[in-house]
Design a protein around this ligand. Structure first.
Ligand code: FAD
Length: 391
């Protein structure tokens, strides 16, 4: 936006290279955005929809795909409706993006860590040759959240803003895994196993319900993966509020309880319970392992109790995994500190964008899309502000 408006742009980055987290995000296939209707897309931002909706209506899923296309990277819609670059590679998109910015006149300054402001309002940077000061007519901060700090998003910017009275809400893990107190037996047998085609239900203590089919992975310490991430915000909040959160799993979504009961009540003869479960209703491996983990042994002899467990298995979660491990962070710069152009009310001429703002969304391309949308809005806000200020 800024170079298109013929402004001189300098980009400062603490890392030796630009876009480290963008590259990390692409490791499993960069999920740029989502193809669902915009109305549904906007609901993914929950309580922050009012703040993000105007930005996403200007630059949403369609525009993200168009932007990638203009950079020579076509996109496709995966089976889940998620949008990826053709070839699933991130580096070509990042390289094309940076090359276009460079050609347009953006100057990149890697290894420049922003340290705050000097008393005269200039910006302080730590560089390999010592501290430098930079005068600038407008500033856009896009410093990231607090997850995966090894990528550079360390949240070290927080005190630089709070010491100027700007409200920043504490970071919390978002799209994170959870600890479960697995027995040693279950952990050693099933850590790393995916749990496919299950329905996860969760109702918090205020009565808000989550109910979705999907898949996730058993880890050494608990559970993680797309279905868990999708429900991670209410689970995290419930753990913080009450100290406990219990998810309920339907391990056989395609089966009615009556059909399960009919099959399981058939005489099993000399077959073990495990092989009866596998042969009569197809439950084996990690799904059967979960039943043995949480269902009292005596209940396996009672088909009705077994059906109840298969359709509605309670799995207690102990704690959310740490912010450092999470895909993204909740919390950050409070929107109350910003005007509608994402300018800090307390420091005119300073705009903020991306994950450093206090919003959260599930995985599915919603994170990058809102980062792009807010970056664009901050850029346009800066252009407008500079024009008004007569620069
Ligand atoms: C494993 C993983 C997978 C993900 N997958 C997806 C996905 O498929 N789809 C999706 O939509 N989202 C995904 N995300 C989330 C997405 O990557 C982030 O939401 C997005 O990168 C945030 O962009 P940002 O520009 O706001 O911040 P960041 O990408 O975190 O960039 C902030 C930059 O600011 C720099 N910086 C910080 N402080 C300073 C300072 N003081 N001075 C100078 N520079 C500084 C940092 O070094 C960093 O390069 C994933 C994240 C992770 C960790």
């Amino acid at each position: 936006m800024l170079v298109q408006a013929s402004l001189r742009v300098d980009l400062y980055e603490a890392n030796p290279s630009i876009g480290r987290k963008f590259l990390v995000a692409g490791k499993g296939g960069l999920n740029l955005t989502h193809s669902e209707p915009l109305e549904q897309f906007l609901t993914r931002y929950g309580a922050r929809r009012p703040q993000l909706e105007p930005l996403l209506k200007e630059f949403g899923p369609e525009q993200v795909r168009q932007w990638a296309g203009e950079l020579g990277i076509q996109t496709f819609v995966g089976t889940s409706g998620r949008v990826f670059p053709v070839g699933m590679k991130t580096a070509p998109l990042l390289h094309a993006w940076l090359a276009r910015l460079r050609t347009a006149g953006v100057t990149f300054h890697p290894r420049h860590a922003w340290l705050g402001w000097n008393p005269d309002g200039s910006l302080r940077f730590a560089t390999p040759v010592g501290e430098i000061s930079v005068q600038s007519q407008a500033v856009i901060l896009a410093l990231g959240g607090g997850s995966w700090p090894q990528t550079g998003s360390t949240g070290a910017w927080v005190p630089l803003l709070t010491e100027r009275g700007i409200p920043v809400n504490p970071f919390q893990p978002a799209n994170c895994g959870f600890d479960v107190a697995w027995t040693e037996h279950f952990r050693t047998r099933f850590a790393g196993h995916p749990l496919k085609a299950v329905v996860l239900s969760f109702t918090d203590s205020l009565g808000h319900a989550f109910h979705q089919q999907g898949e996730f992975i058993i880890t050494d310490t608990g559970v993680e993966g797309s279905l868990i991430y999708a429900c991670s915000a209410p689970l995290r909040d419930e753990l913080v509020a009450t100290g406990q959160a219990v998810i309920h799993l339907d391990l056989a979504p395609g089966w009615t309880p009556a059909r399960l009961l009919e099959r399981l009540a058939r005489p099993r003869g000399s077959k073990s319970i495990s092989s009866h479960l596998e042969r009569s209703v197809g439950l084996k491996g990690v799904k059967a392992g979960l039943l043995w983990e949480f269902v009292p042994k005596a209940d396996f002899a009672d088909p009705e109790k077994l059906v109840q467990a298969i359709k509605d298995l309670p799995v207690p979660l102990v704690a959310a995994r740490s912010l450092e491990e999470a895909i993204s962070s909740a919390g950050g710069l409070d929107f109350a500190a910003l005007d509608e152009h994402l300018m800090l009310r307390a420091i005119p001429g300073v705009f903020c964008a991306g994950e450093m703002l206090d919003w959260e969304a599930p995985t599915g391309g919603y994170l990058l899309t809102a980062c792009f949308a807010s970056g664009r809005a901050a850029g346009l806000g800066a252009i407008e502000w500079l024009r008004r200020a007569g620069f």
